[in-house]
Design a protein around this ligand. Structure first.
Ligand SMILES: [Zn+2]
Ligand SMILES: [Zn+2]
Length: 233
C-alpha cells in the first residue's frame, strides 16, 4: 500500500479528494462544517404537540382543532438550503452514505430531546417504491438513530396501499391519499412506546396515519422524529 505524504489521509484521497456534497469544496465529511453551520433549525417557539412554529400559544390551532394520534413530533431542521439538497441527493441519487450521515445528525438531535421510548419504527415505503429506489430512506435514518439512542428498530409497520406522491395534493387530499395505507405486522410492539422516523414532515398526514394504525393495535404512545420540516404548505 502506498504511503500518504499527509499522515492519516489515505493515498486515494489525495488523488480523488472527497468533496462536500453541498458546496463541493474538499472536505473529509460528507457535509463540511461550514455548510452544517448554515443548517436552519426550526424557529422556536413550536407547538408542544406537532412541533410547528407558533406565535405564542402552547398548542397550535391545528392540533387544538384536530389532535393528532402522536403525542410529540420534532424535526432536526427546516426543509431548505443545505438539508434540502442533502435529502434530495440521498433519495434520488441513491447515495446511502449521505443518509447515514444525516441519520447521525438526527440521532444526536434526538438524544437532546431526552424522550423515553422503547422502539424505533421507520415509515415504510410500498414494495413498488422500495424496488424503484433500492432502499427505504427512513429506515436508513432510523438505523442510525437507533445506534445513538441504543434502541431496537422494528420493520413491523408495512405500507399496504400505493399512495401517489403527495407533493401536488392539498392537505385534505393528502389525508384521503394516505388513509388505511399501513398495517402493523409486529405483535411484539403492543404496549410499547414507539418512535416513528421519517425524512420530511410536511402536513403530518403520513405520520399521523401511521400513528393511528399503531394506537389502534395497542401501542402505548407514538412520537415522531423527522430530519426536516417543510413549512411551505
Ligand atoms: Zn460544504
Ligand atoms: Zn400543533
Amino acid at each position: 500500500m502506498s504511503k500518504s505524504v499527509f499522515p492519516g489521509m489515505p493515498f486515494s484521497e489525495l488523488i480523488f479528494p472527497s468533496r462536500c456534497l453541498v458546496c463541493k469544496r474538499i472536505s473529509r465529511e460528507i457535509i463540511c462544517s461550514d455548510c452544517l453551520s448554515r443548517v436552519s433549525p426550526v424557529p422556536i417557539p413550536v407547538c408542544k404537540i406537532c412541533g410547528s412554529p407558533v406565535e405564542k400559544s402552547n398548542i397550535c390551532f391545528r392540533c387544538r382543532q384536530n389532535p393528532p394520534y402522536f403525542s410529540r413530533a420534532r424535526s432536526y431542521a427546516l426543509y431548505d438550503g443545505v438539508i434540502k439538497i442533502a435529502i434530495i441527493r440521498f433519495k434520488f441519487e441513491k447515495k446511502k452514505r449521505i443518509g447515514e450521515f444525516l441519520g447521525n445528525l438526527l440521532g444526536e438531535f434526538a438524544l437532546n430531546l431526552n424522550w423515553k421510548m422503547d422502539v424505533i419504527v421507520p415509515i415504510p415505503l410500498s414494495d413498488r417504491r422500495l424496488k424503484e429506489r433500492g432502499f427505504n430512506q427512513s429506515e436508513i435514518l432510523a438505523l442510525e438513530v437507533g445506534k445513538i439512542l441504543k434502541l431496537p428498530v422494528s420493520s413491523g409497520l408495512v405500507r399496504i396501499k400505493e399512495t401517489v406522491p403527495s407533493i401536488s395534493l392539498s392537505p385534505a387530499e393528502r389525508i384521503k391519499n394516505i388513509n388505511k395505507a399501513f398495517l402493523l405486522s409486529d405483535r411484539d410492539l403492543k404496549g410499547k412506546r414507539v418512535l416513528l422516523v421519517d425524512d420530511v414532515y410536511t402536513t403530518g398526514a403520513t405520520v399521523n396515519e401511521a400513528g393511528k394504525t399503531l394506537l389502534e393495535r395497542g401501542i402505548k404512545e407514538v412520537r415522531v422524529l423527522t430530519l426536516a420540516r417543510d413549512l411551505k404548505i
